[in-house]
Design a protein around this ligand. Structure first.
Ligand code: DX5
Ligand code: ZN
Length: 226
């Protein structure tokens, strides 16, 4: 993975057909996804439950781009090796998930993955300032994590602040929640380069009819072009 700040679309498979993840991943990549975003939820840190390491390992076989794994779990550290074994390229933990995010970021890199730190809407940018030399990605949640299809919460000021704090460091700013062609320009203008989108990518399409996935990805990209 080489670092660049071009805008990347990372479809969240939380909005895919849960009985057909392999073909959904193949379809959305064929339609132009830059990364595949995998939302892991534990029913404790967030009020929803998705899948764990064995499922993520099975997804890996179908991902040709970048597997971006977003952990909405607490605790995190005991599971880091399992996600490395599952083949995550990027492993993101929440700063609110435990008292020792610094150790968590070190452990993720130590296990051979890129590290990410995510912030809930209520958490200020300063909460991750001390982690910026230990992380490859800051994920700004623009919904309260747990579910797809929620309304975008404007975190533009936080994104601008983070972009300034990051400076020349090779750290991505990812936006997660409620991204669509209306909200994407706001966050890209503020300095984001990775846009997670679940419902706005998968709506209207299916593995049998994947063209809408491509249309939806192109619509988000077009909204931020120039
Ligand atoms: C929310 C997840 C998101 C979610 C985004 O907890 O982290 O990745 O799937 O879904 P949309 O794009 O539908 O808001
Ligand atoms: Zn996510």
């Amino acid at each position: 993975m080489t670092f660049d700040r071009s805008v990347k679309i990372a479809p969240s498979i939380l909005s895919a057909d849960f009985a057909d993840f392999g073909r959904e991943i193949q379809a959305v990549e064929a339609e132009g996804a830059d990364w595949i975003h995998v939302d892991v939820m534990d029913g404790h840190f967030v009020p929803n439950l998705t899948f764990g390491p064995p499922a993520v390992k099975a997804f890996r076989k179908h991902v040709k781009t970048v597997m971006d794994v977003h952990l909405m779990i607490s605790p995190v550290d005991a599971y880091i090796d399992a996600y490395a074994d599952a083949g995550a390229d990027i492993l993101t933990a929440h700063v609110e998930a435990g008292a020792h995010s610094h150790r968590t970021m070190q452990a993720i890199r130590g296990a051979g993955m890129k590290s990410g730190i995510a912030l809930n809407p209520g958490t200020p940018a300063e909460a991750v300032e001390h982690l910026l030399d230990l992380t490859d990605l800051v994920c700004v949640m623009t919904v309260n994590p747990g579910f797809g299809g929620q309304k975008f919460i404007d975190m533009t000021a936080k994104v601008r602040k983070l972009r300034e704090m990051i400076g020349d460091r090779p750290v991505h700013i990812e936006i997660d929640g409620g991204v669509d062609p209306t909200t994407a320009p706001l966050v890209v203008d503020a300095g984001a380069d990775v846009l997670v989108a679940g419902s706005a990518v998968f709506r209207g399409g299916s593995v049998e009819n994947p063209t809408p996935y491509g249309d939806n990805i192109r619509a988000i990209k077009a909204s931020v072009a120039g």
